[in-house]
Ligand binder design. Sequence first.
Ligand SMILES: [Zn+2]
Ligand SMILES: [Zn+2]
Length: 385
Amino acid sequence: MIEAAKTIPVVRGAFREYYFKQARAVEEPGKIEQREFGYAQFGQAGMTRHLSFNSIKELHAMLVKEVPSDVYCSNAYYKFPTQPMQEKQWLGADLIFDIDGKDLDLPCVPSHTYPVCTNCGHALPPSDEKKEYSCPSCNGKKAERVSIPCSKCIEGSKKEVRRLIEFLTTDLGMQRDNIYVYFSGNNGFHIHIGDSEYVPLDPQARSDIVGYLSGTGLLAESVGVRKGREGNMSFIKFPRGGIAYGWRGRIADKLKIDGSSIIKLKHIVDQKGGYAGFKSELDKMTREMGVRIDPQVTTDVHRIFRMPGTLNSKSGLAKTRCADLESFNPFNDACLLGGNKVNVRVKTHVKLKLKGEAFNISKESAELPAFAAVYLICKGLAEAM
Ligand SMILES: [Zn+2]
Ligand SMILES: [Zn+2]
């Protein structure tokens, strides 16, 4: 996303200052010597991987020296973290979840999403029109859709985090103290589980957890609706374990039934058009009530994942621990770059609020504090002059 020759030094300079002055914000992962690290660099494709650090001090020194655009750490533990994947000897991995605002299909998103040409970087204002993209500057047909999340987006992601925490603590019996919530640094949240009980789980077991949390494949039978002898016939027989807990309890609450509501449930099933109709109604309910997490992030046990306290080059914001999710405001609490003045060319009219300061920029060139200039540059909506 970051182009022009003058632009990279501005962003890199602000990142360097951050890693120099606020090194302590970069959290030391548990058993650091067993982790694999990786990073990406400004203006370069690809990633340097299979790195290892024996202490957080060593890592800090690398951050100030290399000033990476993005820094990643494995959630896995390895005997030999610097070896090629087949020879690392996997010892386990922390359980993690990724909630991304862009997967939530929020209705506000088109109003703050800017098409930015992948060829020449030309940016257009947000538009609801669904017509095919064509760059007015270079005629390019491909654009990256860049979003400046609004407060509704953040609230939408928080709601998903709350729902995940509710599932993890009630259905899976996790301790709230072992659930660490981080703002991703752009438009979502990462949830890290500190409970070592989950560390040995293989990808299949993690996939089962994802399936449970998202409610996919919940059977009509598990809430007592069974297939009759013919076609769409059905009869009610509640499972032996009852319908008071977990997903069964959630569905029962939603349908306002309990373990004695045989006639009422039969009535509901008939109203929905029998077994098949009830099954599709059930699928709809689980889609609405389940947690929307990225299944790949949770099931991939060899991934390197954005490191807490490091900066995200999609925004210049930091991946930041949310001590209190309710009051957490990423545009204040994760906006940690300095305020040196930077001259930028802003490509299109933008509105944003950072560190309590509202920016409404309609003119081409503007002098902005570094934290705001870097945010817009990272989004592809401005260039340094
Ligand atoms: Zn273009
Ligand atoms: Zn929004």
